[in-house]
Write a protein that binds this ligand. Structure first.
Ligand SMILES: N[C@@H](CCC(=O)N[C@@H](CS)C(=O)NCC(=O)O)C(=O)O
Length: 232
């Protein structure tokens, strides 16, 4: 199995399946596709085209256990990749079926919502954006509403699943929220004690630590991914 991913410092969508596979001990080869730009003629797009990726986006799972059109099965979009991984490893989702439904709902919500948090606070693991975070928090009711929703969701899941992670043991739902935790850390967003404790547990996961180490080692700063640091 191979997983194509973007820059570890910036690519929140890539982080999700990478952390999931790594934390569950699933063997895979990583294909790094640097974000030079997202223009049609960028190296990024050309490398993805070479792999056969129709969407031109990462993450992309190349699953050699099945064939499609004479080549390894290509699975794109983090939700679909997660479901494909579940077919290889039952621990991707919680074993309890009701808990599994709640975990899937939370992942779908992460995938389709939290727009203000995602657009105002793009993932940037290396940066200390606490000052910027304080301004964003002061000026954006939508950001505060997203974080309030996040805290309610997390508290509800942890109350039902009895911890230590969102739905009991580590599962895809924690991998989906790992980039959100990275944002809370970088922008020092004020969250409840319960949410902060969960953020610390996620940050300490060995898979997350390995991703952070990779992000810090990159030292590859891209102005189109840096709305704050590179502003005059
Ligand atoms: N919904 C997709 C989003 C994937 C996505 O937008 N990935 C970004 C990198 S984090 C990308 O490849 N962007 C390239 C582009 O927008 O052209 C998923 O869940 O995998």
């Amino acid at each position: 199995m191979q997983l194509a991913i973007g820059n570890k410092n910036y690519s929140s969508w890539s982080m999700r399946p990478w952390v999931l596979m790594r934390e569950l001990g699933m063997a895979f080869e990583e294909i790094n596709i640097r974000f030079d730009s997202f223009d049609a003629d960028s190296q990024f797009k050309q490398q993805l085209t070479h792999l056969g990726a129709a969407t031109g986006k990462v993450p992309l799972l190349i699953d050699d256990s099945a064939k499609h059109n004479g080549r390894s099965l290509l699975v794109y979009d983090s939700l679909a990749i997660t479901e494909r991984l579940f077919e290889h490893n039952a621990r991707v989702w919680p074993s309890d079926t009701a808990m599994r439904a709640l975990a899937r709902s939370a992942c779908a919500e992460m995938h389709s919502s939290f727009g203000q948090l995602r657009s105002l606070c793009p993932m940037n693991i290396e940066a200390d954006l606490a000052d910027q975070g304080a301004l964003l928090w002061r000026d954006n009711a939508g950001l505060r509403a997203d974080v309030a929703r996040l805290e309610r969701l997390w508290a509800d899941l942890m109350g039902t699943g009895k911890g230590p992670m969102l739905c009991g043991a580590f599962s895809a739902v924690d991998a989906f929220f790992a980039p959100v935790v990275m944002r809370i850390n970088s922008y020092a967003l004020p969250v409840s004690k319960t949410a902060q404790a969960y953020c610390e547990r996620v940050t300490q996961l060995s898979s997350v630590q390995a991703w952070i180490d990779g992000a810090l080692a990159e030292q590859d700063f891209l102005d189109f991914e840096e709305p704050y640091r590179f502003k005059p």
